[in-house]
Design a protein around this ligand. Structure first.
Ligand code: BV8
Length: 245
């Protein structure tokens, strides 16, 4: 893919670059996206029906097992060229901030050192009652397992729909979006808030917003540039062009 010269110039001259990733960045690692997350056993559910506190309280076993299935899938997945290119950008682009909606931890496994996880991380578990992370518990065969401290139900340490995002990461994400010169919006359907307002904040603060996605999203018509294709192909090429001497 060739990149518009003004886009390359904007990245070369940027003081600060921010990137927001969604499930599309992990798609080429074989991790299903939200829009087609449900395969096989889970086909009859919509993620929005499983990823809520109400769904968990109504059927804790079902929701816990869905996350167990996703955890296994993620543990067997490998970072793809999109993750590696973003890890490289952390070294090459000045003031680079990576914000992710993904809970799969693949950015960290690809070498990104500073990752703002605004929706939590599926590999961490917390107590539903105390809202604190739990690293070990007695496997009694109960599903979900119980908190060793208070006996409450354990749950994945992710942000469900209708739950507030973690304050500190969210504040950092908004600050980076407001302060950057270039904002890369990669592999997200840009429909879930408040994450979807991050590229809009960047636009409002005169940043150049570049969307990378094979499909059209509600952001497409507002973006400064749209690179239509898979992140695993576009990001490595973009990094090469920007850093070419
Ligand atoms: C909140 C973690 C308030 C869990 C996720 C009514 C009632 C209540 C709330 C609301 C409401 N209406 C709106 C809301 C707000 C709601 C919301 O936005 N709902 C949507 C559905 C309208 N938001 C919330 O509830 C948030 N909390 O508002 O709290 C509050 C405040 C104070 C006190 C109490 C409460 C919480 C939202 C977070 C939910 N958690 N994930 C888990 O993973 O299980 S959301 C989940 O879906 C993702 O994290 C992501 O954020 C979101 C969208 O997913 P994407 O990452 O974009 O993936 P998707 O599949 O959608 O798209 C993939 C894209 O990739 C596509 O565009 C595709 O074309 C592209 N692609 C595919 N292949 C590739 C590719 N791109 C590049 N390369 C490829 N190869």
């Amino acid at each position: 893919m060739t990149f518009p010269e003004p886009l390359l110039r904007a990245l070369r001259n940027a003081r600060k670059v921010a990137a927001l990733t969604g499930a599309g960045v992990s798609a080429e690692s074989g991790v299903p996206t939200f829009r087609n997350a449900q395969t096989g056993l889970w086909a009859q559910f919509k993620p929005e029906e499983l990823a809520t506190p109400g769904a968990f309280l109504k059927n804790p076993r079902l929701v816990w097992e869905w996350y167990e299935w996703r955890r296994q899938l993620v543990q067997n997945a490998k970072p793809n060229p999109a993750h590696f290119a973003l890890a490289e950008m952390e070294n090459k682009f000045p003031g680079f901030t990576l914000i992710t909606q993904n809970v799969d931890g693949l950015h960290q496994r690809a070498g990104s050192r500073k990752v703002i996880e605004i929706h939590g991380n599926i590999t961490r578990t917390k107590c539903f009652q105390e809202d604190t992370v739990v690293t070990q518990w007695n496997e009694t065969g109960e599903v979900p397992p119980k908190c060793p401290r208070c006996g409450g139900l354990l749950r994945p340490d992710v942000v469900w729909f209708e739950e507030a995002l973690p304050e500190i990461p969210t504040e950092a994400a908004f600050a980076a979006s407001r302060d950057c010169d270039v904002f890369l919006c990669i592999g997200t359907s840009a429909v879930v808030y408040p994450a979807a307002s991050l590229p809009l904040e960047a636009l409002q603060h005169q940043a150049t917003v570049i969307e990378i996605n094979p499909e059209v999203t509600p952001l497409t018509s507002r973006a400064s540039y749209v690179l239509n294709g898979p992140a695993g192909e576009i990001l490595p090429g973009l990094l090469t062009e920007v850093t070419r001497a």
